[in-house]
Design a protein around this ligand. Sequence first.
Ligand SMILES: CC(C)(COP(=O)(O)OP(=O)(O)OC[C@H]1O[C@@H](n2cnc3c(N)ncnc32)[C@H](O)[C@@H]1O)[C@@H](O)C(=O)NCCC(=O)NCCS
Ligand SMILES: Nc1ncnc2c1ncn2[C@@H]1O[C@H](COP(=O)(O)OP(=O)(O)OP(=O)(O)O)[C@@H](O)[C@H]1O
Length: 194
Amino acid sequence: MGLTGGIGAGKSTVAEHLARHGAVVVAADDVAREVVEPGTQGLDAVVAEFGPQVLRPDGSLDRSALGRLVFADELRRARLEEILLPLIAAEAWARLEEVEPGRVAVYDVPLLVEGQMEDMFDVVVVVEADMEARLERLAARGMEAEQAMARIASQATDAERRAVADAVIANSGSLEDLALAVDHLWDQQLAPEG
Ligand SMILES: CC(C)(COP(=O)(O)OP(=O)(O)OC[C@H]1O[C@@H](n2cnc3c(N)ncnc32)[C@H](O)[C@@H]1O)[C@@H](O)C(=O)NCCC(=O)NCCS
Ligand SMILES: Nc1ncnc2c1ncn2[C@@H]1O[C@H](COP(=O)(O)OP(=O)(O)OP(=O)(O)O)[C@@H](O)[C@H]1O
């Protein structure tokens, strides 16, 4: 199953519920962190492209500095994606392929639509929340509205995500409502038979 949604819509929270039901989840954002850990070719390539100003004094990637650069400049974001997306995809698919038959494998990937990955899944699930709720939740997580808006502007729209969705989970309500919506999705569309 492919799981996607705009930033702050609630993908990771849905993924946690799916894991509780027994799904194996691979999250692209986690893999994206691993491929730029100190000592990786990924980090070397990012520094070669963006310069040492994207490094912290301890040699690790300064993610907020790089985020400010790439979400303000489409060409730089495209360049970062050119470097990282193949590394992320290779690692994520290797993990998904290891999932034992009979288990539900979930790829939590923000750029499913942007990367035209929809045909790679049996089921595509999109999580949606209204803009106000997303900005509020991202602010609670420490992201300034300006940064959040820059990321939203760089992503596909809700309509574009809906166009490829087999199911849409609405997440403008409470966390309890979300848990119930995931239970329903699991029972109706995902639970392995037998
Ligand atoms: C720019 C980076 C360093 C910023 O790191 P930061 O820790 O602030 O954010 P994090 O990685 O946790 O991402 C949070 C959210 O930002 C959004 N986002 C991240 N990368 C992108 C992108 N290239 N385009 C649009 N939105 C993006 C997603 O909604 C994601 O869930 C980081 O996002 C990154 O390396 N992005 C490039 C890799 C990528 O495209 N990843 C997306 C998953 S395939
Ligand atoms: N229904 C809800 N009510 C209140 N808070 C919520 C709800 N759903 C998610 N959240 C919170 O909002 C924040 C964003 O949710 P989450 O991390 O699941 O989104 P995401 O789509 O994975 O975001 P990102 O694109 O940044 O990875 C989290 O702190 C989460 O706990």
